[in-house]
Design a protein around this ligand. Structure first.
Ligand SMILES: [Zn+2]
Length: 129
């Protein structure tokens, strides 16, 4: 009886140890993901992908419909913001800068949508590891 109890205790310890390792792994994995996701911003115009841009690179993106620039998106400090737009409501210009995954800036009149996506090379690496 004593023997059975001992074995159970050892098995339990191994199980708890495994859980601990898994918990630590999940913790690091989640942390890594949170840091690395949302590193790109995808701009779509009228439902079509206009371009995908690195949020870590400072840049100004002219969003054009034909020859005309309708919106200008500015990326700085890891955030994307609508700098100017020729839409009548100017709602997109007043929207907050986006930096986290799935955050969007929408310009309804111009059908322009900027969305932070996690489709980065870093994400891919994280999945593979
Ligand atoms: Zn707008």
């Amino acid at each position: 009886m004593d023997h059975t109890k001992k074995r159970f205790g050892k098995k339990d310890a191994v199980f708890i140890g495994l859980l601990l390792i898994i918990a630590i792994l999940i913790f690091f994995f989640t942390n890594y993901f949170q840091k690395e996701t949302g590193a790109m911003v995808t701009v779509t115009v009228d439902g079509k992908v206009y371009g995908t841009y690195d949020l870590e690179k400072e840049q100004t993106i002219d969003i054009k419909a034909g020859d005309k620039t309708t919106n200008i998106l500015k990326i700085s400090d890891g955030k994307a913001k609508m700098l100017t737009a020729d839409c009548p409501d100017q709602l997109c210009v007043h929207q907050q800068a986006i930096s986290k995954k799935n955050q969007t800036i929408v310009c309804l009149p111009n059908k322009v949508v900027a969305e932070v996506t996690g489709n980065t090379k870093k994400d891919y690496d994280a999945v593979v590891q």
